[in-house]
Design a protein around this ligand. Sequence first.
Ligand SMILES: Nc1ncnc2c1ncn2[C@@H]1O[C@H](COP(=O)(O)OP(=O)(O)OP(=O)(O)O)[C@@H](O)[C@H]1O
Length: 724
Amino acid sequence: MKAHPGEFDHKDTRRFKHTRIGIWDLYEERQTLARKRVSSILQTYTPIIYSVPLLVRMLKDVLSIKRCSMLLPAYLVVEVLASLIPAVSLWYSGQLLRLIESVMEARTVDTTVLVHFAAAHIICAVAMRFLKYSRDCMMPRLSLYIKQFYNERMLLSAVRLDLPAFQTLYHSSHAVHDLSIGLAHWYTSSIWATIEMLTDIAIILLRLLSCLLVLSTVMWEQQDGLLLVVLSFLQYLLPWDSTGKAVVGSLVWAATTTNENFICMQGLKELITGPSHRREFVAGNFSEHISARFREASQRIGHDAVEFPELKRFRSFKDCLSITFIIRETMHVLPQIVFSVRVVKNPMATPVSLASLIWIKQAFDPSYFSISSRFSTLATNLARIRDLYEIENIRNRVVDGTEPFPENQQSLANGISVEFKDVSFQYPGRDRCALRNVSFKIEAGQLCVIVGVNGSGKSTILNLISRIYDPTEGTILIDDRDIKTLKLADLRAAMSILFQDYSQFPLSMRENIGLGNPALAREDDKVREAARLGDAEDFIDELPRGFDTYLDCPVYNYHGDLPEGTTTLFGHPVDSSSRNVIGGVRTAGAPGIQISRGQAQRLAMYVLPYLDFSGLDMDYSNSSRTFMRSLVSETESSAGMLLFDEPSASLDPTAEHGLFERLRKLRGNKTMIFSTHRFGNLTRYADLILYIDETVQEKGTHDELMKKGGEYARIWNLQAKSFI
Ligand SMILES: Nc1ncnc2c1ncn2[C@@H]1O[C@H](COP(=O)(O)OP(=O)(O)OP(=O)(O)O)[C@@H](O)[C@H]1O
């Protein structure tokens, strides 16, 4: 949340004060104490005031949850009743006090009144207990229903995002980022926490006012009684204490370090602890060098090698001496001082009884009415809720078309044509064009191979054909129709794309394969048959839970202290490293199973649902009679174009050769587009080769390009030479 409009510019010396603390440079916004206090109050309350529409929306949503529509109002009623009981109780204890005082003066007692007051007092205590019990029963349920509702809502709003919208949001919103690392519960919890806090605040205010009313009524007749009530109440009118202020006391601040030794030390620490570096670390024999390097850097810095938050403790001493802090402490004892002065001045006419004074002091117990910390965390929670709702408001960059595609499903069997007309494209946030004025046409049913060096724009062409991004300039035609006019779902159903950096989803093997064709994903035999087609069945069957194996289990087991020597828990290795600590509870490590990149790529290969395997030799034609054939017969006309982004990157030469041979034979009449920087296997059979380097440099068949003797021929010869 921004404290002020505008950017944080540490170079603006008029606005920011620079202090050097150890190896850290601290930049604090210059503020006078008064301004600081005012802005502190503003900073606490302004977001809350601005958040009223958000809170109304949130409340409406919560009340729309079926199980909350009755429970929430009931909870609020219980809370309000519970907040009024202290005042009632206070009134009775006041009455009791006065009764005792009159008894002491008159030496007689009206027992009926005494019993009446005592009984009322007991009833209040019992009622309070009962209300607290009801509240405790309702609270966990409400919290759970609300969390479940928002968990689903968060998932649904994130699921619809296209890639550019997701990427922008990922970098700007913590909510989306945290969705991916399993911290979504912080966000969904913040809804309930906010309701709880707001209720708390309202209840404290209600309690405070009702107690004030009772005190004033009871003390009205006593001399100086009201004065003492007002004095006791004054401390609550002061700005609230400094809890919840920023780390260093100032509101807008930032700290950085440019100390090379410290940066190096942090890098070394990460290198040592990062699991992804351990293999190279061990193989490279780094240990001695790294230990020496760390020691050397550490010695150079000396005692200053600490993280900035360490300064928090050092700085927080200052707050204990703030003027408000001191005044507030004094206010607390003011009634006693005033009372004592009055007694000393006029010992014969004690204005208020000592018992009443204690009674007033007890009624205003600060811990009972402490509101400040609730406000400071409320602001944080509101920011989280805003983040959560923001995901819903994000508009996708790739706008859906309205026209169905194709008009005739059967036509897909003969492939789809694709044409680029003067297309340029720049990735969001990049200065340079990935593609510039690219024009070409791939006819329906053609095999096209896009070649070029690393970073020349090959994958970008496939991204644009599948409308993961839209061109910055120019037009793309699919079967002679503007790609932007076609319904996105239809377009993507009409093509199948295998990416270079294929994903291994954090799902079971079965789901990983099944997602190749969601319509058939639940049909186990088809999934198994698809795996068999590529010899993956055996390797999956050998995994601990076969097709139900998760390569990376997304759920952790929780545990407390375990007996020494425990190495496995629920069949999985125990990993208590810091990255497995969530919310302070240690977890057993999720089971991770390693498969080779080649196996992983094969796994991804088998998710391709649209291939016609009927042209294969014995092994494959058998399987085509089961899964793939039936799959093809059900969805035959749904894919007219197959896109492959460097599909053979992790395959061994035999597998690569086999793959290309199979794909070539299998494609039937479908359009097939490959992006690759490996020449040979594919390019010789291509109907069209596009040699790309930001734009189309050369196009034609292999023979044509070889005859031309351009860059394609030069690279081809270069690769061929290394074999000869
Ligand atoms: N998501 C992205 N965001 C920003 N820039 C990108 C992104 N993807 C690619 N680029 C940049 O766009 C240019 C073209 O990238 P592209 O991936 O299309 O090249 P390529 O020819 O497929 O490369 P390779 O052979 O290495 O896969 C490169 O400069 C690359 O750095």
